[in-house]
Design a protein around this ligand. Structure first.
Ligand SMILES: C[S@@+](CC[C@H](N)C(=O)[O-])C[C@H]1O[C@@H](n2cnc3c(N)ncnc32)[C@H](O)[C@@H]1O
Length: 248
């Protein structure tokens, strides 16, 4: 279980206990949270079990954000099994590249005040999944909002009103041309107190380069690793400015 992967030493530091150990059992446990309906219905959906709820996700077939990616399952499982350390209750949370919305739904079911974001063409299906799975089940009804990385950030997410405790991201780094814009977006949305929880699937060399760039702006900590899926789970926080270092 992920809980055996990360042993808290103090609030923000983690020690890996089974770095090279076979992760098959954990991955099997996570993947078992997914099921397909046994009855043929008029609308197609995929089911997931998280936080004691059955979550029904409708997927589309026309774009990257239209299916649930394994990184999303890893992040959902982590949020569920680490709900004490990363308490979501009443926290302000934004998910970028939310896709079908599973991660945002799980964060909402855990009590967070969530804003789920993605490209405009994804928002219809995202809103549908979020409404279907959170109405009457969540303390705070999640919002769905357009956020195209690097675009109109000052207008749509003014720094002065950004107050996010957490930024969630699953599988947002791959062969797309907006990696610099993605980095700008992480930077724009985060304050020094914001925690980024980011599930990252490694496919190409490009991804390693992004991690290096990311480390220039953020303190990055690997909190879990799934070698069989080439997925790592990271926690990150903005590097402290010199001014705030001097203050402390
Ligand atoms: C591989 S999918 C991951 C979806 C979801 N997080 C998951 O893990 O199931 C990548 C997501 O990033 C979004 N995305 C890609 N480029 C984007 C951009 N320039 N601005 C905002 N979102 C973008 C896609 O629409 C998609 O939802």
């Amino acid at each position: 279980l992920l809980t055996s992967v990360c042993i808290p030493r103090h609030e923000s530091t983690y020690k890996h206990t089974r770095e090279d150990e076979d992760d098959t059992q954990t991955v099997a446990e996570i993947m078992a949270r997914c099921f397909i309906p046994t009855l043929i219905t008029t609308s197609s959906w995929e089911g997931f079990h998280f936080v004691g709820h059955e979550i029904r996700i409708t997927e589309a077939t026309d774009c990257y954000g239209a299916v649930v990616w394994p990184s999303a399952l890893i992040l959902c499982y982590f949020l569920e099994t680490h709900a004490k350390q990363f308490n979501m209750v009443d926290k302000n949370v934004i998910e970028i590249g939310a896709g079908t919305g599973l991660v945002s739904i799980v964060a909402s079911l855990l009590g967070a005040r969530v804003t789920a974001t993605d490209l405009p063409e994804l928002l219809g299906n995202l809103q549908y999944n979020i409404s279907r799975n959170t109405k009457m089940k969540c303390k705070h009804l999640p919002q769905v909002k357009e956020l195209s990385w690097g675009v109109a950030l000052d207008e749509n997410f003014p720094k002065s009103s950004n107050d996010f405790d957490y930024i969630l991201a699953a599988d947002v780094v791959y062969a797309h041309p907006f990696l610099e814009e993605l980095l700008i977006t992480f930077d724009h949305l985060s304050k020094e107190v914001t925690t980024i929880l980011w599930a990252m699937k490694f496919r190409l060399e490009k991804e390693n380069k992004f991690v290096d760039r990311f480390k220039e702006l953020f303190d990055l900590e690997e909190i879990s690793s799934f070698p069989s899926l080439n997925i790592k789970l990271y926690k990150a926080m903005k590097k402290k400015s010199e001014a705030s270092n001097k203050r402390n």
